[in-house]
Write a protein that binds this ligand. Structure first.
Ligand code: SDX
Length: 382
């Protein structure tokens, strides 16, 4: 083993291989942009499988048969309800609390009421059951808090609705259009998994100490919140609001780049020639804009996307189109990242389970650059 002084230091762990995984591949076949979930190209999954099928793929290793999907889906629908104390807590938490902080708290509270809470952390079957329950419960938690904090009664989950439509109905109090529901389901599929991004890495480090699945998910939510990661979809919407009108777009972006501002929703640590998820989502933004009869935001977004892509060579990432998509669905801005979290929970859980199935404690080293060795002076001599 070489010494700490000899090992290369890569700031932000850029390019460091910290895990092996069978869950997602960002180096997929040429031309696919690279993203594959357990060998399936994201372009082939998108629009052809539901979020439920995607979550099953990640948690159980392959796409479900019709019988497997029926059983999985009925387990999810039966697990959507929340323990009463958590619903009461939504009424006590200050209104000013950000929904990402509330969903982080929610997962912590849900752990106390999970029937497998005392299972050994490496109990694979128990971890899959815990993961399935969180996939089902997190949308209810996000929706219930949203309703309560806006002075409305929570709307109970409906067993006759699929994952996407049920969430939109719980939040908006009305059934989404088929276009809206399928676009939302697609966004969940695209958000589900993305290899060793910061929040997934955080989850894996947490459980590598043999801590439990819920602790790993709480750590991941706290990590996802940051604007350099999941919080970017909320910030991307604020960019569009700040621009305000299509006529203002060119001047705004030229000024922003001149001021060296970081344009949220653009750039990626891994994708340097574009995020396939952004390309897949973009046409759905235009379709929903047409459905609601307001293409203003598309006409604001396009020149910004063109300029940042061509002048900064920073293509849009998944957060750039998803911000507009969620606006068209009537969702409040501060729900955008919680939605990312409730989709990604299946990916986080799959990585946690993979880590615990074949674990080694993660403990990197740091290179010391502080003061050289020196004697301790008595207090009065300092
Ligand atoms: C997600 O990792 C994943 O897989 C994450 C994710 C997932 O599914 O889990 O894909 C989800 O987090 C997507 C990314 C969302 N974040 C944003 O949209 C925030 C804005 N983007 C940036 O902050 C940035 O692009 C990152 C954080 C995404 C990646 O940054 P890196 O690889 O650390 O690159 P960097 O910050 O070192 O920037 C390199 C250069 C810098 O310029 P110089 O100082 O060298 O002149 O590129 C510039 C940066 O200033 N730059 C940008 C920019 N992103 C990078 N300049 C303007 N706007 C930007 N968005």
């Amino acid at each position: 083993m070489s010494s700490v002084a000899e090992e290369p230091y890569r700031e932000g762990l850029e390019g460091v291989i910290a895990n092996e995984t069978a869950i997602a591949n960002l180096e997929g076949r040429e031309g696919s942009g690279g993203l594959e979930y357990r060998g399936y190209r994201i372009e082939d999954l998108a629009g052809n499988v539901s979020y439920e099928e995607t979550a099953f793929l990640l948690l159980h290793g392959d796409l479900p048969t019709r019988a497997q999907l029926r059983e999985f889906d009925s387990r999810l629908r039966a697990s959507r309800d929340l323990p009463a104390p958590l619903v009461q807590l939504f009424r006590e938490i200050p209104e000013t609390a950000h929904p990402m902080d509330v969903i982080r708290t929610s997962v912590s509270v849900l752990a106390h009421f999970d029937p497998d809470v005392n299972a050994p952390p490496t109990d694979h079957a128990a971890n899959v059951r815990k993961a399935e329950r969180l996939v089902a419960q997190m949308p209810t938690a996000v929706a219930f808090r949203e309703r309560i904090v806006n002075g409305n009664a929570p709307i109970a989950p409906r067993a006759d609705l699929d994952h996407a439509a049920n969430f939109l109905n719980m939040v908006n109090g009305k059934m989404p259009s088929p276009t809206m529901s399928s676009a939302f389901d697609l966004s969940l599929v695209l958000y589900t998994e993305h290899e060793l991004n910061a929040s997934t890495f955080s989850a894996r480090v947490t459980v590598s100490t043999l801590s439990d699945l819920h602790s790993g998910i709480v750590a991941a939510i706290g990590t996802l919140k940051g604007p350099l990661h999941g919080g970017a979809n909320e910030e991307a919407w604020k960019v569009l609001e700040e621009v305000g009108s299509p006529e203002n777009a060119l001047k705004w972006i030229e000024d922003a780049l001149a001021q060296k501002r970081r344009i949220m929703g653009f750039g990626h640590r891994v994708y340097k020639t574009g995020d396939p998820r952004s390309r897949i989502l973009k046409p759905h933004c235009a379709a929903l804009a047409a459905e609601i009869g307001d293409d203003r935001w598309e006409r604001i977004a396009e020149p910004i996307e063109q300029i940042v892509t061509t002048q900064k060579h920073l293509p849009p990432n998944v957060d750039w189109p998803s911000a507009r998509l969620y606006h068209y669905m009537g969702l409040d801005i501060d729900l955008y990242t919680p939605i990312f979290a409730m989709a990604r929970v299946a990916g986080w859980a799959a990585h946690i389970i993979e880590q615990l199935d074949h674990n080694r404690l993660m403990r990197p080293r740091a290179r010391y650059i502080g003061p050289p060795n020196r004697p301790v002076k008595p207090l009065d001599a300092r």
